[in-house]
Ligand binder design. Structure first.
Ligand code: PEP
Ligand code: MG
Length: 902
């Protein structure tokens, strides 16, 4: 190695020097090749160039100092080990050059095989392979093809054409019918293509081939498709890729050679067993390209029992070592087995739970680790209904599972038609090339959305996820013709009105209506499936892991619910109280009229009458909820939204009044209503007269609600129940607001509860940035805080929560301004900072201050970890997300032991 004045960075690691924990530096493939080498498994020798080298190259545009010399030294030792030299005309060493980033990015980056072949060493390779000229020339043409395409950007089709041409001349469709002379001719043709596009001859110097291939792998980190993939999978852009240089082994030397892939368990269901495919007399890329049909791995037993037994032994060893499902790639070269890759394998959500449970049974991992191996997103996926698929239904296309769920309906191509048919009670699927903000109404009306373009962050995907609507995006086999109202896929033509079914989890598209099956996991949470007696492995595993999550978590989990039914369901799902009961929902329906009376009241008397009529109705609402949540805390929030939401829209009312006036009808009442609506009209109602401001402006409104809550609690207690009400004031920005409301509330509560033993806490939402920044003062008047992260995000970013997701978030996501909507997952740096400040300053002012969150983020997995870390007491979320929050709160509480769950 070249001597340098300063300490030189180590950029190249021999396989024997690395291990599986060095993924940051060696990438996943390199780290695992090193691990297998150290386990004594048969890995072809090689070395890994680090991600650090890649990053240095990508930043400066040139290889870092010392890299060339380190490669030289490792190459020499590889040559010594193999007893062959790169480029040796008589007995050449060939190497593969493979990318390998920290997180697997299948097919996104480059690989070059057979590096080291040239016009002279091709002869040596033939001799090495027992005078197998065909094999040698086939390897050489593969090198020129791969090298030309990936290193020098020669259009791949030109090579394909030349190959087709030779096959046509020979009158065959099968590559295997080409003999050595044909392939030699093909090499000549390939070289000409190479020279035409690059202006130079194909490089004959093996070391130059190697250096250029390494550089191409580095560059492929920033290839468009890799950038796109990372954005979709939320893989950081600055990790870089490692490069693995590995001695070639050949699966295409004859019938005693071959190549295959395998899983140590079924990655679909988690079932134990051996799952894999084998292809005799082939190289790895042939399996992927599907040139010939593979056979199930079990058939290898007949072909080569020794290798088969050895492979099974290695798979068992890998599982035991990694303590997880592994997937592997292997090659058999003339009866000798070589391991080319292993990694902890990707799996479905169901398999993740089942395998974690099995590994605990097998004593390989403990329950903490099992909990670490699953996540809330997987659990949420398992709670959606699924299609009941049998052989009758075959997917006609596969796009991106952009928003989970299963939906069937009649195809429509425009937003207007979607709205029209939905109004007639039809289930519709809106099909577009891609959606834009004008499609919003159609998206709302549709059961599901299907697009032929766009990824997980496209407009359709983002908006559908926001709505919780099933969406498949980027199904590019679909040719969508909106003016003709039809799409074609393969041989099928689908017209408006035809029924299709889409699976937002797998991305699959089916023709016709596929029956939908309820989720067994929901049945379990509902108490309809007994985990002790069921033979459903998934339910048993979910039960076991949830039980452990509950034991491990520090955060309590409450629910957002404002009906008895929701409260009851959430309780079955494990909610430990209500964190947000929005009382405004109780003012809708036939009570709207009372609210109108309240708003239109011309004097104290009329207003009091309206409030008096509302009081018993509210009291009954609260009694129902307190009963369902008997013994658990219930946070009731006083009315929050601007009152005009309870009145008819201004434009419609103005038109009605004008028409009625024209006709000479008596419109006194409507005119009064119109005047009130005009009076209350605001340009920015979400920043206007709402929340505590309403309570301070409309006399008696909050007082009525406080009285209803206190009276309901007393009624429940008198009936032998236990009610634990917590009254919450919305939109507070200054302590004085809260103090004013509090003084009146305390007076009413004292009057109502008397000696009933009912205790009522009074607290506030923290959802205005000013409240977060003056939390120390506000805590003086609050027994609890609940973070309203919806409004805090709206006001923290200045994003109108009702508009922006459909209007421009897709573009922000595309540009990477954020990786996920801040309304979906808490923006830890900005909005999260407000939460942190308020939690710290609130607790400093009032030790023991109860802290919770009731914005949408309360059920988002990443946000739950954030709230755990900030030290909140509980999260509150919609009933369906309660199990997800329980699981994630458990995961946040356990100390993690390493393997990344991505
Ligand atoms: C919030 O703002 O986060 C909140 C829970 O209140 P709402 O969504 O009702 O405004
Ligand atoms: Mg709010």
């Amino acid at each position: 190695m070249a001597a340098h004045d300063s300490v030189e960075r180590k950029y190249v690691y021999d396989f024997a020097e690395g291990n599986k924990d060095l993924k940051d530096l060696l990438g996943g493939k390199g780290a695992n090749l090193a691990e297998m080498t150290n386990l004594g498994l048969p890995v072809p020798p090689g070395f890994t160039i680090t991600t650090e080298a890649c990053k240095a190259y990508l930043t400066t545009g040139r290889e870092p100092d010392g890299l060339a010399a380190q490669i030289e030294a490792h190459l020499e030792s590889l040559e010594r080990e193999m007893g062959r030299r790169l480029g040796d005309p008589d007995d050449p060493l060939l190497v593969s050059v493979r990318s390998g980033a920290k997180f697997s990015m299948p097919g996104m980056m480059e690989t070059v095989l057979n590096v080291g072949l040239n016009d002279r060493s091709v002869v040596g390779l033939s001799a090495q392979a027992g005078r197998n000229d065909r094999f040698a020339w086939d390897s050489y043409r593969r090198l020129i093809q791969m090298f030309g395409k990936t290193v020098c950007e020669v259009p791949g089709e030109e090579f394909e054409h030349a190959l087709d041409e030779i096959k046509r001349a020979k009158g065959t469709h099968n590559d295997l019918d080409l003999d050595a002379d044909d392939l030699r001719g093909l090499v000549d043709a390939y070289k000409k293509i190479f020279a035409k596009h690059t202006g130079r001859e194909f490089p004959q110097e093996p070391r130059e081939q190697l250096d250029l291939a390494i550089r191409a792998v580095f560059d492929s980190w920033n290839a468009e498709r890799a950038v796109l993939y990372r954005r979709q999978e939320r893989i950081p852009a600055d990790l870089g890729t490692a490069v693995n240089v590995v001695a070639m082994v050949f699966g295409n030397l004859g019938p005693d050679s071959g190549t295959g892939v395998a899983f140590t368990r079924d990655p679909g269901s988690g079932a134990q067993g051996i799952y894999g495919d084998y292809l005799a007399n082939a190289q790895g890329e042939d399996v992927v390209a599907g040139i010939r049909n593979t056979v199930p791995l079990q058939e290898l037993e007949q072909l080569d029992k020794t290798s088969y037994d050895q492979l099974l032994g290695i798979m068992a060893r890998l599982e035991e070592h990694y303590k997880d499902l592994c997937d592997i790639e292997f090659t058999i070269e003339r009866g000798k087995l070589w391991m080319l890759q292993t990694r902890v394998g990707k799996r479905t959500a169901a398999a993740a739970f089942v395998i974690a449970g099995q590994l605990v049974d097998e004593g390989l991992i403990d329950l903490d680790e099992a909990l670490h191996r699953v996540n809330g997103a997987q659990l949420a996926q398992l709670m959606f209904p699924r299609f009941q698929l049998d052989h009758e239904f075959e997917a006609v296309a596969k796009g991106i599972g952009a928003s989970p769920g299963a939906a069937s309906g009649k195809v429509v191509f425009t937003s207007a038609r979607a709205v029209e048919l939905a109004a007639e009670g039809e289930a519709v699927i809106l099909v577009r090339r891609e959606t834009n903000p004008d499609d919003l109404n159609g998206m709302i009306a549709a059961k599901g959305i299907l697009t032929s373009r766009g990824g997980k962050t496209s407009h359709a995907a983002v908006v559908a996820r926001g709505m919780g609507k099933t969406c498949v995006s980027g199904a590019d086999e679909l040719d969508v013709n909106v003016p003709a109202k039809r799409f074609t896929v393969g041989d099928h033509v689908v017209n408006e009105g035809d029924v299709v079914s889409i699976d937002g989890t797998t991305g699959k598209v089916y023709l016709g209506e596929v029956p939908v099956m309820p989720s067994e996991v929901v049945q379990y949470f509902e108490g309809e499936l007994d985990p002790e007696t069921t033979d459903d492995a998934l339910v048993r595993a979910v039960h076991r892991i949830m039980t452990h999550a509950d034991a491990a978590r520090r955060l309590r989990v409450r629910t957002n619910a404002d009906t008895g039914a929701d409260a009851a369901r959430a309780r079955r799902f494990g909610a430990e109280g209500i964190g947000l009961c929005r009382t405004e929902h109780m003012f809708l329906g036939d009570r709207r009229e009372l609210v109108e009376r309240l708003i239109l009241a011309s004097g104290e008397r009329e207003r009091e009458d309206a409030l008096a009529a509302l009081l018993p109705l509210q009291r009954a609402d609260f009694v129902e909820i307190f009963r369902e949540m008997d013994g658990l805390p219930v946070t009731v929030r006083l009315i929050d939204p601007p009152l005009h939401e309870f009145l008819p829209p201004l434009e419609q009312l103005a038109v009605n009044v004008a028409v009625a006036q024209e006709r000479g009808e008596d419109v006194a009442k409507e005119e009064a209503l119109l005047a009130a609506v005009r009076r209350m009209h605001e340009e920015n109602p979400m920043l206007g007269l709402r929340g505590v401001r309403l309570g301070l402006v409309i006399p008696g409104l909050f007082a009525m609600q406080v009285r209803a809550i206190a009276e309901a609690a007393v009624a429940v207690v008198r009936d032998g129940g236990t009610a634990c009400p917590e009254i919450m004031v919305p939109l507070v920005g200054a302590v004085q607001e809260l103090e004013t409301v509090r003084a009146e509330a305390e007076r009413i509560i004292a009057e109502v509860v008397g000696d009933s033993g009912v205790e009522v806490l009074i607290g506030t939402m923290i959802e205005v940035p000013r409240a977060a920044l003056t939390a120390g003062q506000i805590a003086e008047a609050a027994e609890f805080f609940s973070f309203g992260t919806n409004d805090l995000t709206q006001m923290g970013w200045g994003f109108s929560r009702d508009d922006v997701e459909g209007a421009f978030f897709w573009r922000y996501l595309e540009l990477g301004i954020f990786g996920i909507s801040p309304f979906e997952s808490i923006d830890a740096d900005g909005v999260g900072r407000l939460v942190r400040i308020a939690a710290e300053e609130g607790r400093a002012a009032r030790p023991g201050l109860k802290l919770g969150v009731c914005g949408e983020h309360g059920g988002d997995p990443d946000s739950v970890h954030f709230f755990h870390e900030v030290g909140l007491d509980y999260v509150s979320c919609s009933p369906f997300r309660v199990p997800v929050a329980r699981l994630e709160a458990g995961r946040a509480a356990i100390t993690t032991t390493g393997s990344d769950s991505r």
